[in-house]
Each structure stands twice: as C-alpha cells, then as structure tokens.
Design a protein around this ligand. Structure first.
Ligand SMILES: C[S@@+](CC[C@H](N)C(=O)[O-])C[C@H]1O[C@@H](n2cnc3c(N)ncnc32)[C@H](O)[C@@H]1O
Length: 226
C-alpha cells in the first residue's frame, strides 16, 4: 500500500510512536490491509456484549495472537499505528491459501491507529476492558522527548476509565528509568499497583532487548476502590 493511500485522523496530542510505515508491503499483505482489515474493526456493541481485552502497541502481534488463542470466548482488540506491524499480524492470522482468518484468531479485532483516538471516540467512550496490555511502550529516552511518552498520568487516567470493575492494566518495559517514571505518574491517577510479578513475556521487542537490561519489569494496576 502506498503511503498516500492511507488516511489517518491525527490527534491533537503529541505523537507517541516512531514510524507509520517501514518497507513496502508484499502483494498479499497489501491485499489483506485493503480487504480484510476493514472487516475486523472493533465494534462497540461486540465489546459491550462480551468480555474484552485490549493490547496497545502490539508491534507484530505475537502476544496478541497468544491472547486470542488463550481467551477464545473473549474479543481481543489490538491498536497499532505501524502499518507493517498490522500487516504482519494480518498475514499471521490468515491462511496463505485463501486469505481467510484461521479459526483460532476469529476473535481478533484491529484498530490500525493511535489508541487514544479509539478511546476518546464517541462510540467507545463507554467501552470497558477486563485487561489492558502495554508491552514495551516506546521509551523516548532523551529528556527533550519525554513529552512523547505514552504512559503519562493523563493516558493512565484514560485507561482507568476504560477498565471493568475488576479490570487490570498490565505494563511491561525493559527500560527501568521509564518504569520508575510511570510509577511516579500513578500518584496523579486513581490506579494502584496490585503486583509486579509476571513471567517474562517474549515479545519481539523483548527478544531484541534494546535497552540491554537483564529483564523487563512489570506493573499490574487496578482502580482504587473508593
Ligand atoms: C517498542 S514497540 C513494542 C512492540 C511490541 N509491544 C513488542 O513488545 O514487541 C512500541 C509499539 O507501540 C506502538 N505505539 C506507540 N504509540 C502508540 C499509540 N498511541 N497507540 C497505539 N500504539 C502505539 C508503536 O507503533 C510500536 O509498535
């Protein structure tokens, strides 16, 4: 798909992601982006009638696929503005022979853009998720880029409004400075830390281990009961 063919609604907020496009997509992936993607958009009625999980910034979607397989009776929504990541996921969830979605991935819905647009939209203002996953959010390590960090207190408050009563936010990062920064942000939210223990999840980014730390750290958050 050529860059100029993709239309995006821009948020008023600062961009929290790097690129929207990488190398040119194959013919099959271009077909899937144009023909399958519009058919598996998230729909509010489906989310309100079922239990739902949201993964933000799913990259190539390895963890999202795991969520889909292990939670067959739930709707799994993924948001990711990087077109090549979305295309990689579409390719992985479909048969090469007929481009149909494999049965175990029929519960996946994809929003190919900034998740803040979805959560702020009129249609989704009442959407509530049992789990919201954010694995390896872009750390924006330079001080002048700090404002681009996704997990600031405003965004955490937005997520907190989209949790079911027993809902959890699960965050993982190998950037320990960002981790501490997120913990500080929690002071300005209604969220509290329920746990920091989770088996290491081997996403593509984790395997690359760009930050060079020995292991990722996790935060499992829920709304404080008032
Ligand atoms: C460092 S990558 C990690 C990808 C994947 N979670 C993994 O662990 O391999 C961060 C991802 O978050 C996505 N991202 C950043 N800001 C986002 C936003 N506002 N909404 C949705 N995704 C976002 C980026 O496009 C990128 O793919």
């Amino acid at each position: 798909m050529e860059k100029q063919e993709i239309k995006h609604f821009e948020t008023q907020e600062l961009r929290t992601f790097g690129r929207r496009h990488g190398k040119k997509l194959s013919t099959r992936k271009t077909w899937l982006m144009e023909n399958l993607l519009p058919k598996i958009s998230p729909i509010y009625s489906e989310i309100s009638q079922n239990s739902a999980i949201l993964e933000i910034g799913f990259g190539n979607g390895e963890h999202l696929r795991d969520l889909a397989i292990h939670n067959q009776n739930m709707i799994i929504v993924g948001a990711e503005p990087f077109a090549n990541g979305v295309a990689a996921l579409l390719s992985a969830i479909t048969n090469e022979s007929d481009n149909l979605v494999k049965p175990e991935y029929k519960n996946i819905r994809i929003y190919p853009d900034d998740v803040r647009l979805l959560l702020h939209s009129k249609d989704f203002e009442n959407a509530a998720f049992l789990e919201i996953w954010v694995l390896h959010p872009d750390p924006w390590p330079k001080a002048r880029h700090e404002k681009r960090r996704l997990l600031n207190h405003d965004f955490l408050n937005l997520l907190s409004e989209h949790l079911t009563d027993d809902g959890k936010i699960i965050i993982g990062t190998d950037h320990w400075e960002y981790y501490d920064w997120i913990v500080e942000q929690l002071n300005q939210t209604n969220l509290e830390i329920k746990s920091t223990k989770l088996d290491i999840i081997k996403t593509r980014y984790q395997i690359k281990n760009k930050a060079g730390t020995t292991e990722p750290k996790y935060l499992i958050l829920s709304n404080k009961i008032s």
